[in-house]
Each structure stands twice: as C-alpha cells, then as structure tokens.
Design a protein around this ligand. Sequence first.
Ligand SMILES: Cc1cc2nc3c(=O)[nH]c(=O)nc-3n(C[C@H](O)[C@H](O)[C@H](O)COP(=O)(O)OP(=O)(O)OC[C@H]3O[C@@H](n4cnc5c(N)ncnc54)[C@H](O)[C@@H]3O)c2cc1C
Length: 375
Amino acid sequence: MTEAFDAAIIGAGIVGAACADEFARRGMRVVVVDREFAGSGATAAGMGHIVVMDDSEAQFALTRYSQQLWQSLRAELPDEVEYESCGTIWVAADEEEMAEVRRKHEYYGARGVPTEILDSRRLKQLEPKLRDGMAGGLLVPEDAVLYPPCAAQFLIERAQSRGAKLRIGVSVSNIGEESVRLSDGSEFAAKIIVNAGGADAALLSPGIEIMKRKGHLVITDRYPGFLGHQLVELGYLKSAHTVSSDSVAFNVQPRRTGQILIGSSRQYGAEHGEVDHGILTRMLERAREYMPGLGRMSALRTWTGFRAATPGKLPLIGPWPADQSVFLATGHEGLGITTSLATARILADQIEGVQPEIPIEPYLPARTAKEHAHA
Ligand SMILES: Cc1cc2nc3c(=O)[nH]c(=O)nc-3n(C[C@H](O)[C@H](O)[C@H](O)COP(=O)(O)OP(=O)(O)OC[C@H]3O[C@@H](n4cnc5c(N)ncnc54)[C@H](O)[C@@H]3O)c2cc1C
C-alpha cells in the first residue's frame, strides 16, 4: 500500500525545514525529502543576516514579521545556531547616502522599528575599523545574525520530535495530483505538496519564474573584537536592485567565533558553482575600501551559492494554480533565512484557512500570471 501524508515538503533548506516544523506543530502528518541533507543548498551558503528591509511594503511586512518570530524563538535556539542580536549599521559614505539614512529612519520609525541615526563621530566610535571620512549611518539594533545550516537542522529536528519523517539522499523526480515520485522509483501520496526546492524549484514545477543569482562569501580566521555589528554599505541597495550586471557591495558580519564573514556579490547567468576570481577580487577590494584592516587578514574559505530570484522581487508563497495539491515556498532571493519562519506561518495559515497576520496577496504564486500580463 502507498504511504500517505497530510503534507510532503520537497527541500530541507531553511524554508522547507521551517514549513516542516510549523506543519508538524499544527498536527499534520509530514514528510520532508531532500536529495542531499537538511540545511544544504543555499542555506549552507547564506550569510544568516536576519534583517528588516524596506524595498516595498510587502518586503517590509514579511521581513519584520519573520524577524519577530526569530526573536521569539531565540530562547529555544541551541548554542550552535549562534543567534546574536548584533544589529545592523547601514553605512553612508557621503551626504547623498545620509539622505537615504534619514528616509530609512523615518520609514522604520513610522512602522515601529527602532533605529538610530549615527553621525560620522558616533559611527567611528561604534566601528573604529571603518575608514575615516564616512558620513554616518543608521543603526537597526533589532537585526540579528545566525548560522543558517544549524538553524535548519534545529527546525528539522524539532519537526521530527513532533512526528515528521525525514528522507534524505533521494531526489524527487515528479510532483502533482497528490503524489510524489522519487528517483528510486518509489512513490507516496500527500494531500499537500510543498515545493521548497529553492533555486531548483522550477525543475519540479515548470512555469515558475526563478532565476539563479550567484553569490560569493569569504570567511576569515579569528579576529575577536574587530567588528561589532553587521555592516552594510547603503550602496548595497543599488547592488541588490541591479538586474542586468554583476555587482558587489560591502557587507561584513561578525561571527561569535571572532571570524568575519565578508560578502557579497550578485550575478545572473552564472550557472556554475565555481569561485569566480574576478568578482571575488572586486568584492574584497570593495570590503577593503570600507575597512582597510580586512586586507591584512587571513581568509580560511571562499564559497558560492545560488539565490532563487523572482522577477517581482518577492517570494512565491501559496497555491500553485497549475495543480491543486501543489503549494510553492520559494523565490526568497537574498532573504530566505530571514523570512523562512514567516513563510511557514503564512503558508500553514493558507492551508488551514486561518487569517494570516500579514496580507498575503503580494506573495501568491497566482501573481506571476499578472506579472506576465503587465510585462
Ligand atoms: C551568498 C549568499 C548570501 C546570503 N545571505 C543571506 C542573509 O544574510 N540573510 C538571508 O535571509 N538570506 C540570505 N541568503 C539567501 C538564503 O540563503 C536563501 O534565500 C535561503 O537559504 C533559501 O532557502 P531554501 O530552503 O528556499 O533553499 P535551499 O536552502 O536551497 O534548499 C532547497 C533544498 O531543496 C533540495 N532540493 C531541490 N530540488 C530537489 C529535488 N528535486 N529533490 C530533492 N531535494 C531537492 C536541495 O537539496 C536543497 O537542500 C543568501 C544567499 C546567498 C547565496
């Protein structure tokens, strides 16, 4: 007899893991399948910055909701998740970027997110290793950092403790009509199938518009005390919004170990996971322009990963119109660690017919049809 579940989740990245945990908490019989292991994929490659963002109202709502869910989970997170409320400082290099600091301060303030405008002196006091002459910055103290693969592992283990089954090391070859077929030829039934396959989600649900957006990161040796906050240049926003060209931006993170995680780059059309030395050099030079001392550090490892980008710059969370049993939870681009918990909540709410805490329309996969109509 075919095994049957209430929900099958394809992908045990941070998004699939969060869905498994949330669904199991609500009493569903859940199975999670991953061709590798929990927290591999983009989750292993990500920076783990839990950050509230304001590119759009919908992005703000999802990032803030999820950030608060992480905050409330904090006491339960094991040590190895390395959750630290270090805060973000958006660094303004010049007066033009200070105008953006003031805009952000107002936007966040109007929506209940505490921030503090830093002048040049105060910025230097907080982060003395930044080069002289920066105009100032914006401190967002409730932003945090964590170690994504361990966070995914924690969520999967909690789901398992609530009865979820985990199948790793086997690929899913086909989903639809309440059925999941695996590459070993076996098959099982699930009333709901969640495609949380990250950048490869479109292979299982053809028609989803996901573009792979490659990123590079570097981790240094241990330099305790060098840096106190996640530092991001305000020019990052220009880089994150570029759609046509490769871009780099200064984005550094203090790890609990004293190591420094240096990012980040964005590339479309780079399908291979190899390190691209050209863009890596640009990224490190940018980091050195902001913090010259980084140039004297030893790097231990460099790696790449693929963000799952959508044309509408928002994730796809909800029913996939092409098949009644399939739901999508993908397309989180550079914010999937941050928004994983909120994704799981609003997806479970939709499935159970419960009113979600934030408006969900902007994330519904049905919107892609509208995006086509307006393209
Ligand atoms: C360089 C970089 C830096 C980033 N920094 C941040 C950050 O600071 N903050 C933040 O919030 N986000 C960040 N992100 C984004 C974040 O890492 C991703 O949005 C997030 O990890 C996506 O999680 P996911 O579960 O959707 O996908 P993934 O982690 O990729 O998981 C998908 C899983 O599905 C499995 N899978 C796919 N297809 C199949 C199949 N057919 N059968 C079986 N299994 C399958 C894969 O093996 C994989 O484990 C960053 C990303 C990159 C690349």
